[in-house]
Design a protein around this ligand. Structure first.
Ligand code: UDP
Length: 438
C-alpha cells in the first residue's frame, strides 16, 4: 500500500510515567497491529529519566515517530509546593503553545488522541478540524465519578469528604467518601480547580478510549452507556481498548540483576514491593514495612525510595532519578539480616518482567491503574497499599468480592501507619496462604 493509504494519528500524553506508558503502548499498538503511522508528541519539560529512556529507545517500530515539543520555562509559575495535577496542567498548557504549528507541520494528522490532562488541545484541534479522542488512563469507575463531578460541584455545598453518605454515582456503585481521590478532597485547592476544568471539557472529545476491557468493568461501562444522566451531559461514545500494558521492560543492568536473582528463587515465593512511579513512604512507615517483611521471613524484591514525611508522591517528577542508599534509612542491620531472602532495588525496577516471572507470588502495590492491569494480566495477587490520587478507590474495588484479588492491610485504630505485625500477617497470607482467586 502506498504511504498515502496509511492512516496518520497523533498521540499526546501528559508528563508522568503512569500516563506516558499506556499512551505509548497505545501508539505502538496502532503501528504494529493496525498499520497506522503515529506521531507521538513528547512533552520534554520536566521529563523524567524513565520517560526519556522509554521514548528514545533505539529500536522503535517504523512509522512510530517521536516529536519532542520544545522545552518551556516553568520557573515563576510552579514551585515545590504546587500540587502534581496543577504542575502537570501548567506544563501541558505551556508546552502546547506550539501545538497548532506542529500539527500543521506534520501534515494535519487524521486524529489526535490525548490524555486526560491535555484538554487544552481540544481548541486547537477544533480550529484545524482534527477529530480528538480522549484516552482515560484510570478505571471506568473513576471516569463515571469524574463525569458526574461538574454536577456534584454545582449541587453540593461544602466538602465532598464531609458528606454523610457514600457518593451515589449514576449507574455505578457508590464511592465511600474516604476513598475519594485526592484531587477532590479540598475544593478550595488549585488541584481541584484543574481537575474540574479538564473533566468539564472531556465531552468535547469525539470518543473516550478506556484502558480496560469489557468484562473487567462491564457494569460500570453499561452504567455510563445506559444511564440517562450521561446522555444529558453529552458523554462521548466509550471504547474499551485495554489492557494496554507494557510488553517488555528495557534490559538494563538493574533489570538483569533482578531477573538473575529471581531465577534462583522457588516458584511463587517472592513478594514484589513497588509503589508506582511516584510513591514514597514516611520514615515511620518505611521502618514498619521493613520490620514486617523481615518478620514474615518471606522472600522479596523491594523497589526502595528515600522516605518523605511531606508527600506520598516524592518521586513523581524524578522517576528513576532517586538514586539512593537504603542503608541510610532502613532499620539498622535490616540489609544484613535479610541478605539471603531480599533484593533491594533503589528507585526503579523492571516491573513487568518481575510480574511475569514464575518466582513472583504476590505484589505489594499502591494500586495505580497501570500496576493493577499488569498484575491482573499476570494473575498476581495483590497487597493493596494505596497512597495517592484514586488509588484508595482501586484498592477497595480490588479487595471487593467481585474482584477478590487483593487483601487490604489495616492500621490499628488511631494510628496513621500500618504496623509491622499487620504487614507480617498480610505478607504471610498472600505468599503462604490462599493466593487470591484469579
Ligand atoms: N513502574 C516500573 N518500575 C517501577 C515502578 C513503576 O516499571 O519501579 C511502572 C509500572 O510497571 C507501571 C507504571 O510504572 O506501568 C506506574 O503506573 P501506575 O498507574 O501503576 O502508577 P502511577 O505511577 O501513575 O502512580
Amino acid at each position: 500500500i502506498s504511504n498515502k493509504a496509511v492512516p496518520h494519528i497523533s498521540v499526546l500524553a501528559s508528563p508522568g510515567m503512569g500516563h506516558v506508558i499506556p499512551l505509548w503502548e497505545f501508539a505502538k499498538h496502532l503501528v504494529t497491529h493496525h498499520g497506522f503511522k503515529v506521531s507521538f508528541l513528547n512533552i520534554t519539560t520536566e521529563a523524567s529519566e524513565a520517560q526519556n529512556q522509554l521514548v528514545h529507545s533505539s529500536n522503535l517500530p517504523r512509522n512510530l515517530h517521536v516529536i519532542d515539543l520544545p522545552q518551556v520555562d516553568l520557573s515563576g509559575i510552579v514551585n515545590d509546593k504546587t500540587s502534581i495535577v496543577a504542575q502537570l496542567s501548567v506544563n501541558v498548557r505551556e508546552s502546547l503553545r506550539c501545538l497548532k504549528s506542529i500539527l500543521v507541520e506534520i501534515g494535519n494528522p487524521q486524529a489526535l488522541v490525548i490524555d486526560l490532562f491535555c484538554t487544552q488541545a481540544f481548541d486547537v484541534c477544533k480550529e484545524l478540524s482534527i477529530p480528538t479522542y480522549s484516552f482515560f488512563t484510570a478505571s471506568t469507575h473513576l471516569l463515571a465519578f469524574s463525569l458526574y463531578l461538574p454536577k456534584l460541584d454545582r449541587d453540593v455545598e461544602g466538602e465532598f469528604v464531609d458528606l454523610p453518605e457514600p457518593v451515589q454515582v449514576p449507574g455505578c456503585s457508590p464511592i465511600r467518601t474516604e476513598d475519594l481521590l485526592d484531587q477532590v478532597r479540598d475544593r478550595k485547592s488549585e488541584e481541584y480547580r484543574w481537575y474540574l476544568y479538564h473533566l468539564s471539557r472531556i465531552n468535547m472529545a469525539d470518543g473516550i478510549l478506556l484502558n480496560t476491557w469489557h468484562d473487567l468493568e462491564s457494569d460500570t461501562i453499561r452504567g455510563i452507556r445506559e444511564d440517562p444522566f450521561y446522555k444529558e451531559v453529552h458523554t462521548p461514545p466509550l471504547y474499551p481498548v485495554g489492557p494496554l500494558i507494557k510488553e517488555i521492560d528495557p534490559l538494563n543492568e538493574t533489570a538483569v540483576q533482578c531477573l538473575t536473582w529471581l531465577d534462583k528463587q522457588p516458584s511463587d515465593s517472592v513478594l514484589f514491593v513497588a509503589l508506582g512511579s511516584g510513591g514514597t513512604l514516611t520514615t515511620e512507615q518505611i521502618t514498619e514495612l521493613a520490620w514486617g517483611l523481615e518478620l514474615s521471613k518471606q522472600r522479596f524484591v523491594w523497589v526502595v525510595r528515600t522516605p518523605s514525611d511531606a508527600s506520598s508522591t516524592g518521586t513523581f517528577f524524578n522517576v528513576g532519578g532517586d538514586v539512593n542508599d537504603p542503608k541510610t534509612y532502613l532499620p539498622e542491620g535490616f540489609i544484613e539480616r535479610t541478605r539471603e531472602v531480599g533484593l533491594l532495588i533503589p528507585s526503579w525496577a523492571p516491573q513487568m518482567e518481575v510480574l511475569k516471572h514464575r518466582s513472583t507470588g504476590a505484589f505489594l502495590s499502591h494500586c495505580g491503574w497501570n500496576s493493577t492491569l499488569e498484575s491482573l494480566a499476570h494473575g498476581v495477587p495483590i497487597i493493596a497499599w494505596p497512597l495517592y490520587a484514586e488509588q484508595r478507590m482501586n484498592a477497595t474495588t480490588l479487595a471487593h468480592d467481585q474482584f477478590g484479588v487483593a487483601v487490604k492491610p489495616v492500621a490499628e485504630p488511631g494510628k496513621k501507619v500500618i504496623g509491622r505485625k499487620e504487614t507480617e500477617r498480610v505478607v504471610r497470607l498472600v505468599i503462604e496462604g490462599e493466593k487470591g482467586r484469579l
